[in-house]
Write a protein of this length. Structure first.
Length: 280
């Protein structure tokens, strides 16, 4: 076998059907085809099916053209367009553009990738590969439309929420998020900012807070290191703790402490009730 590269074909001598490809080295590529066909996992499913039906003896590996590596795809595409090979999965040389996956194959691919965890090295490789890549305006429009379509799907939103629930962030990830937001101005006009604040306020007014959420909020306030604590009767209390222990409104208690009241008086002084005087 010539140790050169170019365009080749694999021909079924029983029916004349063929597969066309290109390679930098015919010898190496022929060995890869025979190995994949022999174990039954060749990427061209029609060629694999024919190989399984007719056997290896009826297939012939023939060189069509010898060329330089930079011209491989050009001449391969010309050969595909002219000869219309029946065993090629894709009508485009060098990629799978135009190949449609049936629903069953899509399901298998999805199952195979579900739960797959990428290594840090793999993640860095993907990140470095995307750095500096500027998508075209057409690609941007497609990405925005796809994202908007997914965002409207309740099932997709639920899956995203469940996927992030309880997921811990590394210190490196937290630092990256913090650095990304530092010094970045809010790119909103005054009108847009007011509209956004209005929407947030309306959403918070109608939002229902469950009892579990209230307990979690209370527990978070008690355990937060920056919450001010007061010593009373040999123990340390937050304002919320004191309010719950002595049955005093926490807002009233906070105002009293801010005004300089001692804790004993702040928690025991009855709250004044304002009465409206009628005309009687």
């Amino acid at each position: 076998m010539i140790r050169q590269g170019g365009v080749y074909q694999i021909v079924n001598t029983e029916n004349g059907k063929r597969y066309i490809g290109s390679a930098k080295c015919f010898h190496v590529r022929k060995g890869k085809h025979l190995s994949a066909l022999g174990i039954g996992n060749h990427h061209a499913k029609h060629l694999q099916a024919a190989f399984r039906k007719y056997g290896s003896d009826v297939f012939s590996f023939n060189i069509l053209l010898v060329c330089s590596p930079e011209d491989l795809l050009f001449y391969e595409q010309r050969a595909i367009d002219r000869l219309q090979p029946e065993y090629n999965s894709s009508p485009t040389a060098g990629n799978t553009l135009g190949v449609r996956c049936d629903p069953e194959r899509r399901r298998k691919i999805s199952v195979a990738h579900t739960g797959k965890v990428l290594t840090e090295e793999h993640r860095r490789s993907i990140s470095l590969g995307n750095m500096g890549r500027t998508p075209s305006e057409e690609t941007r429009i497609k990405l925005v439309a796809a994202a908007q379509g997914r965002a409207k799907d309740p099932e997709w939103r639920r899956k995203v929420s469940e996927g992030k629930l309880g997921k811990p962030l590394s210190e490196e990830h937290k630092a990256a998020l913090s650095n990304a937001k530092k010094g970045v101005p809010a790119n909103l006009s005054e009108e847009a900012r007011l509209s956004k604040n209005k929407k947030i306020g309306e959403a918070n007014r109608v939002r229902t807070i469950s009892d579990a959420c209230r307990r979690n909020m209370g527990a978070a306030q008690r355990t937060c290191a920056r919450v001010e604590r007061f010593e009373f009767e040999g123990e340390m209390f937050t304002v919320l703790d004191l309010a719950e222990k002595f049955g005093v409104d926490r807002h009233v208690l906070r105002k009293r402490l801010n005004a300089g009241w001692d804790i004993a008086r702040a928690v025991t002084q009855p709250t004044k009730v304002l009465r409206r005087h009628g005309n009687d």
